[in-house]
Design a protein around this ligand. Structure first.
Ligand SMILES: *Cc1c(COP(=O)(O)O)cnc(C)c1O
Ligand SMILES: [Zn+2]
Length: 447
């Protein structure tokens, strides 16, 4: 099955189109781009996907990204011709995307729901330890289509780890820009190990991304979530959850807010499935900010000048966003959360994210660092692990159940975005008996 695809500006007032062989980080009007597909997709593909899963004779059927290749076929492959698509698609031997939702009884108790109604999908099971692998394999597929030899990104740690890993496997050069002193050693270690060029920036992630976007305008291939081909791979996070639920949508998806790539593409994935008639009900998305760096929560919920920022059918009030950012700039001091993966002041996908929340009747909420720590610890009690930013998910579900926003008989799928790569952080938590789930060691003497 082949597909005709193109890129289109997200602003309805513009709508400019570009071919898929162009690498752009934005439209001429400055807005982001979507990958679009002509035609629609029959529900019978669901059977094709389930036949593929678990079959070890084709890494692209094992891959939890490329198993769904018909639904992100921007490379115009013949999806049934292994000899052909195996030369085009980028995969780490089929290892990416092997996650699905799990019940976690301790988390269910913590949030006050029945275990069968709260499911968590640990994207830390990906080879580099975060959901980023879902997107890097599709983004690199696009880079390879264009014959690119060098790829760049800015990163709070996990994007650089994932890009470095996939680039090494494809023998491409990865150049990663990171905010100096603000990346967990367990993430930075991966970039070194996999042979990326690491460039440290004095400043924040937002500053690093500005540098990378400027390089993108001069022709570098950018692998951040402004790249619509990277985001296409992240649609499969939603596909795997729905596939597991036999395409019966949950009431909620809950995900932390960083640069807003996930919320953007989750909305797009759900909108496409809805358009093709695969789902009738549209799950609501709950997006979770770290309270210490709560740009989106503030703007969305009218906590800045009483103005509620909305997609508004595509007429987003840019001036409000700019005014908020310039106020942040005037205040100077950078806001900080221990959850470094989501310490992002100016989410680059903010408009796409707004569009997703409009389509899904979504909400924006926030949690404190302390709540995230408890969330991370309670996931541990189920024998899984996740990093602090992902701990925001159980923490937010708990708060939303308490407030009655999530009803206790709703079904919720939370995305645990990454594996714990900062062991010192969780050790510190367990050593302090004041923490709710602390588990400090005791001493014993020999003999
Ligand atoms: C990148 C990252 C995020 C942020 O995701 P966005 O799609 O940028 O909002 C959250 N958690 C972890 C663990 C990450 O690595
Ligand atoms: Zn445009």
């Amino acid at each position: 099955m082949r597909a005709e695809s193109y890129q289109r500006c997200i602003a309805p007032s513009c709508g400019r189109e570009f071919g898929v062989r162009e690498a752009r980080t934005e439209c001429e009007c400055g807005n982001l781009l979507d990958v679009k597909y002509r035609g629609s997709y029959p529900k019978s593909l669901q059977d094709v996907f389930s036949r593929r899963s678990g079959h070890g004779n084709d890494i692209f059927n094992e891959s939890g990204v490329w198993r769904y290749r018909e639904l992100l076929n921007f490379a115009d492959i013949d999806t049934e011709a292994h000899d052909q698509y195996s030369k085009v698609l980028v995969s780490l031997d089929g290892a990416e995307g092997r996650s699905r939702p799990y019940q976690m009884s301790k988390v269910a108790e913590f949030v006050g729901m029945e275990p069968e109604n709260v499911l968590l999908q640990p994207e830390g099971l990906n080879p580099s330890g975060s959901f980023k692998d879902n997107g890097i394999c599709s983004g690199l597929t696009h880079a390879k289509m264009l014959g690119v030899k060098e790829v760049v990104c800015a990163s709070t740690g996990n994007t650089s780890a994932s890009l470095a890993m996939y680039a090494a496997n494809e023998m491409l050069k990865a150049v990663v820009y990171v905010p100096k002193g603000k990346v967990a050693p367990g993430k930075l270690q991966q970039a070194y190990q996999f042979g990326a060029d690491v460039i440290e920036i004095e400043g924040s992630f937002d500053d690093a991304l500005e540098i990378v976007l400027a390089k993108g305008r001069k022709g570098s291939y950018v692998m951040n979530s402004v790249n619509p081909f990277r985001l296409e791979g992240q649609k499969t996070i939603i596909y795997r959850a729905l596939d597991y639920l036999e395409w019966e949508p949950p009431d909620w998806f809950v995900v932390p807010r960083g640069n807003m790539g996930n919320v953007s593409i989750f909305g797009k994935a759900l909108a496409e499935l809805h358009e093709w008639g695969w789902i009738k009900k549209i799950p609501r998305i709950a997006l979770v900010d770290a309270q210490a760096v709560n740009t989106f929560h503030t703007l969305y919920n009218g906590l800045y000048d009483g103005f509620e920022l909305r997609w508004n059918s595509g007429s987003v009030d840019d001036r409000m966003i700019e005014r908020y950012y310039s106020d942040l700039h005037k205040k100077g001091a950078q806001r900080k959360t221990d959850a470094s993966a989501i310490q992002i002041e100016k989410p680059v996908n903010i408009k796409k994210g707004l569009r997703s929340l409009e389509f899904t009747n979504g909400i924006s909420t926030q949690v404190t660092d302390k709540e995230m720590y408890d969330g991370m610890a309670i996931v541990g009690k189920n024998g899984f692990d996740c990093e602090l930013a992902s701990g925001a998910v159980p923490a937010a579900i708990k708060n939303l159940v308490e407030k009655g926003v999530i009803r206790s008989d709703d079904r919720v799928v939370g995305i645990l975005t990454g594996r714990l790569k900062d062991p010192e952080m969780i050790v510190r938590y367990h050593m302090d008996p004041n923490n709710r789930f602390a588990n400090p060691p005791r001493s014993a003497v020999a003999g």
